[in-house]
Design a protein around this ligand. Structure first.
Ligand SMILES: Nc1ncnc2c1ncn2[C@@H]1O[C@H](COP(=O)(O)OP(=O)(O)OP(=O)(O)O)[C@@H](O)[C@H]1O
Ligand SMILES: [Mg+2]
Length: 211
């Protein structure tokens, strides 16, 4: 069975698609990988059409996502779900389908607190299924030379879900890569952006080794 990682945050524009694409592209070095676009906007599908990443992308944008994935997922080792915004049923279905949930949050306590309903859904699922799926926040679009990551660490305390120590910074290379249907790794494998994606991907790989 595949390892399913869902990138979820009901807040629009929180960085889900950018993170999901880069993580999936990195995971494809570690086994057959499928990117599932769970958003009716179809951003990941648009990205795929804009370039030639070699990453298979399919759209599953109904709340039956978790069941549909069971039917098709067997061919893959890794599945990354790019979650939808605002659609509660889609978020719940993503939570059900996932072995691991990454929640990208921009470096503001307000953005973190806006995730409270998602955290509730995840924790209810964890209680029903022996602590699964694992879930963690990832700070994205952090500004260089600010202490915001440290402040986020304080804000997340007592929230029930961890914040990964792997931060994704605000870099124009991400936006450029997405526009061109590619990734920061493919554009410049030696870039700081590619490096931070590598570190995050290693963290994900480690987590699954331990499963
Ligand atoms: N690390 C980053 N550095 C710079 N820009 C970023 C980064 N991550 C995301 N962005 C930009 O932020 C905007 C929103 O990102 P993205 O589309 O990934 O969010 P989303 O959560 O998928 O949005 P939606 O809820 O509409 O699906 C985009 O313009 C994207 O280019
Ligand atoms: Mg998106």
């Amino acid at each position: 069975m595949p390892n399913v990682i869902a990138v979820l945050n009901p807040k629009g524009g929180s960085g889900k698609t950018t993170l999901a694409i880069h993580l999936a592209y990195a995971l494809k070095e570690h086994g057959r990988t499928l990117l599932v676009d769970a958003d009716i906007q179809g951003s990941a599908r648009d990205w795929s059409a804009a370039g030639s990443s070699g990453l298979p992308v399919i759209g599953l944008d109904r709340p039956t996502l978790d069941r549909e994935l069971q039917a098709i997922g067997g061919d893959y080792q890794w599945i990354v779900i790019d979650g939808a915004s605002k659609v509660e049923k889609m978020v719940a279905s993503g939570v059900k389908a996932a072995d691991m949930i990454l929640i990208p949050v921009q470096p503001s306590a307000l953005d973190l607190w806006a995730c409270a309903p998602l955290v509730d859904v995840i924790q209810a699922r964890q209680q029903a299924t022996d602590g699964r799926p694992a879930a963690a926040f990832v700070v994205v679009r952090a500004k260089k030379n600010t202490s915001i990551a440290r402040e986020m660490r304080r804000a997340v305390e007592g929230y029930g879900l961890p914040l990964l120590p792997h931060t994704i910074y605000d870099r124009t290379l991400y936006a450029r890569a997405i526009t061109e249907g590619t990734t920061v790794q493919a554009m410049d494998a030696a870039s700081e952006a590619a490096n931070e994606i590598r570190l995050l991907t290693n963290r994900v790989l480690e987590a699954f080794d331990g499963v």
